[in-house]
Design a protein around this ligand. Structure first.
Ligand code: GLA
Length: 330
C-alpha cells in the first residue's frame, strides 16, 4: 500500500484520539428537568424546548414527571446516581424548597427552580436559589386591564356585571397573578363588592370547574361575568362551569394565562367566552433554563439569581400568527 493511501487513516486515528482525550477531560453533561404537572401542555412545551437545547448544545436531558414530594426526592437521587451535574425543577409544592436545596447540595448537583419559586422555612421566597419565573403581578394586571377594556367595549354596566376570580393562593405566583388582575380592575373603577373569588382545591380544570360551580350557586341572577385565574386551566374550568349555567360568549369575557393550554379552545369554530390568554414564553422557561444550567456546569458561568419573563395577549384574531412566531405551532 502506498503512503498516500495511509494518510486519511492516520488523520482519522489522530482525530479519534483527540476526541477521546477531550471526553476524558470533561465528562458528558447530563441535566435533569423535573416538572410538577407533566400532563399540562405548558410543561410539555418546557420539555420540548429543553430537548431542543440538549440537541443544539450537546447534553443529555433527563425528563422527570415529579408530581409529589417523594417523586422529587427519588428523582434527584436517581439523577445523582446516573452522573448528572444539575437539574431544573418546577416543584409540586414550593414548601419542599429547603429539602430540595439540601438534597441538591448533598449530591453536589447544581439547581435552578423554574416557574414556582421555593419558599423557605420562614415562609419567604428562597432568594438564594437561582430562579426563572414570570412577572406574575404585572401579567395579572394586564389581564385585569384587558377585562375592564372589553367590558367597556361591550357597553356593560358595573351593576350588571361581576368578576369571578379563580384563585389558588397557596402558590405565590398564582396569588400574585389574581391579585394583579383584581388590583387592575379596581383601579379601572370596578366595584370591589362585585369581585368574587372561587378558590380551587386542585390547580387543574376539574378543580376550577368545581370552585366556580359553588360560586355560581351562591351568586345567581348576574347578567355578565368577567373571569380571571392563575392560568388557562383555571379559566377553562370556569368557562365550562359558566356554560353549564347558560352563560356564553355574549355574556362573559374570560382571560387565561399561559396561552399554551387553550389552543384547542381558540381553534373552536364558534367563539366561547374564553376571549384570550396572556401567552408566556415556554421557550425561555424550557430552553433558556437548560442553557443556563449547561453553561454553569460546562463553563462555570453562574446564571442570574432571579430572571423574570413577560406575557403577551393572544386572542382568536392573532393566536395562530403569534404561536407560529414563538415556535409553538407550525
Ligand atoms: C405555574 C403554573 C403553570 C404556569 C407556570 C408559568 O407553575 O402552575 O401553569 O403558569 O407557573 O411560570
Amino acid at each position: 500500500m502506498k503512503f498516500t493511501a495511509l494518510r486519511p487513516v492516520r488523520t482519522l486515528l489522530a482525530l479519534a484520539c483527540a476526541t477521546l482525550a477531550a471526553h476524558a477531560a470533561a465528562p458528558a453533561v447530563k441535566i435533569g428537568f423535573l416538572v410538577k404537572q407533566p400532563e399540562e401542555p405548558w410543561f410539555q412545551l418546557e420539555w420540548k424546548f429543553a430537548d431542543q437545547a440538549a440537541k443544539e448544545l450537546g447534553f443529555t436531558l433527563v425528563k422527570i414527571g415529579a408530581t409529589d414530594g417523594e417523586k422529587v426526592l427519588a428523582g434527584i437521587d436517581n439523577l445523582a446516581a446516573a452522573g448528572a451535574q444539575g437539574f431544573v425543577i418546577c416543584t409540586p409544592d414550593t414548601r419542599l424548597g429547603p429539602g430540595i436545596a439540601a438534597k441538591a447540595r448533598a449530591n453536589k448537583l447544581k439547581l435552578i427552580s423554574v416557574d414556582d419559586q421555593f419558599i423557605g422555612a420562614n415562609g419567604k421566597p428562597m432568594t438564594n436559589v437561582h430562579h426563572l419565573g414570570i412577572s406574575a403581578g404585572k401579567i395579572g394586571e394586564s389581564v385585569g386591564q384587558t377585562l375592564a377594556a372589553e367590558m367597556k367595549k361591550r357597553g356593560w354596566t358595573a351593576a350588571d356585571t361581576a368578576v369571578c376570580a379563580v384563585t389558588f393562593e397557596e402558590l405565590a405566583t398564582a396569588k400574585e397573578r389574581t391579585d394583579g388582575a383584581i388590583a387592575a380592575l379596581t383601579a379601572a373603577s370596578f366595584p370591589k363588592d362585585r369581585i368574587f373569588k372561587a378558590p380551587e382545591r386542585t390547580a387543574d380544570i376539574p378543580g376550577a370547574f368545581d370552585a366556580v360551580n359553588v360560586l355560581l350557586t351562591q351568586k345567581s341572577g348576574i347578567k355578565h361575568w368577567l373571569v380571571c385565574g392563575p392560568n388557562d386551566s383555571a379559566v377553562l374550568g370556569a368557562v365550562r362551569a359558566l356554560e353549564g349555567r347558560g352563560y356564553a360568549a355574549d355574556s362573559c369575557v374570560a382571560i387565561g394565562i399561559n396561552g399554551t393550554d387553550c389552543i384547542v379552545e381558540l381553534e373552536k369554530a364558534k367563539p366561547t367566552s374564553f376571549y384570550g390568554s396572556m401567552l408566556l414564553s415556554a421557550k425561555a422557561h424550557g430552553y433558556q433554563t437548560s442553557e443556563m444550567m449547561f453553561r454553569w456546569i460546562k463553563e462555570g458561568k453562574e446564571p442570574p439569581l432571579d430572571s423574570r419573563t413577560v406575557g403577551v395577549l393572544i386572542t382568536r384574531e392573532n393566536f395562530r400568527q403569534v404561536l407560529k412566531e414563538q415556535g409553538i405551532r407550525d
